[in-house]
Design a protein around this ligand. Structure first.
Ligand SMILES: [Cu+2]
Length: 119
């Protein structure tokens, strides 16, 4: 009887260790996903680009999503990048590899302007 009890305890300890190990492994991608410095989202909403100026480290991929019910574009003032016309829900991405200030606007509504500052 004592031996059976000991085995049960040992089994429980092994199961617990396995749970901790698998749990830690399962958590890892989620943690990396949340603090991923490689990509940033800008919502185009109410005729504006997110919060205006966005500062990111070099190598960051910025994705714009049109949340408005009118079409917009994302066009760099210096012609570094230019999206096609984005309808509601459409996305455009650009990866900023060089530090600098990138001004951009919407070619449909040129008063819509914003900046990406790459450090
Ligand atoms: Cu627009």
């Amino acid at each position: 009887m004592k031996k059976i009890l000991w085995n049960f305890r040992k089994l429980r300890a092994v199961t617990l260790a396995l749970l901790i190990l698998t749990g830690a492994t399962a958590l890892r991608p989620a943690l990396y996903g949340e603090s991923n410095p490689g990509s940033t989202l800008v919502n185009i909403d109410n005729f504006s680009f997110g919060s205006g100026t966005l500062t990111v480290p070099a190598g960051t991929t910025v994705t714009w999503i049109n949340r408005d019910d009118v079409p917009h574009t994302v066009v760099s003032t210096d012609k570094v990048f230019a999206s096609s016309v984005l309808d509601t829900g459409d996305k455009f991405s650009y990866t900023f590899t060089k530090p600098g200030t990138y001004s951009y606007y919407c070619s449909v509504h040129p008063k819509m302007t914003a900046k990406v500052v790459v450090r």
